[in-house]
Design a binder for this molecule. Structure first.
Ligand SMILES: [Zn+2]
Length: 159
């Protein structure tokens, strides 16, 4: 169990929190080796995304993203990025290694659990693959969520 991850689950859309608590518990049970799972990102607000977008354009630093606020499911608390932490200290995005030697890569064990709960995996995206990314959209596309956001003007949309 990872304190940072528990806190980040509480930033997700309220409709997802208890389900994701369960998902995270299941992940912790199946990863029995040197790797543990951390959620590196859940909610990223419009403001945070716009601040990132401004970097290298209207503020100092290098350009890090081409996405403005509202272009990702993270802005609505409907997405999670995961990372493995090896031996309690080293971040890893290795999707292949079977750290706990049970015949399945640890990364794919995480993928299976999210999918079982009806989440989409970025590794299945047709265009650019996003292996650390999971999302649950409730059937809304980004455009629809942006419209709802403009109408409702709140952090967590009534879905
Ligand atoms: Zn993501």
């Amino acid at each position: 169990m990872d304190k940072v991850t528990i806190q980040r689950i509480q930033l997700l859309h309220p409709k997802l929190r208890s389900e994701v608590d369960k998902i995270y518990n299941e992940i912790c049970v199946v990863l029995t080796g040197r790797a543990m799972c951390r959620f590196s990102q859940t909610l990223r607000t419009y403001e945070e995304q716009n601040t990132l977008y401004a970097q290298g354009r209207t503020t100092k630093g290098k350009i890090v993203t081409n996405a403005k606020g509202g272009s990702s499911y993270h802005q609505f608390g409907l997405a999670i990025d995961v990372v493995l932490i090896i031996d309690g200290k080293t971040a890893s995005w290795d999707t292949k290694t079977d750290f706990d030697k049970d015949g399945k890569s640890d990364w794919m064990e995480i993928v299976s659990i999210f999918k079982k709960h009806g989440w989409e995996w970025g590794g299945d995206f047709k265009s650019i693959k996003d292996y650390p990314h999971f999302q649950k959209t409730f059937g809304f596309n980004i455009k629809q969520l942006q419209d709802l956001h403009n109408k409702q003007n709140k952090l967590y949309l009534d879905l």
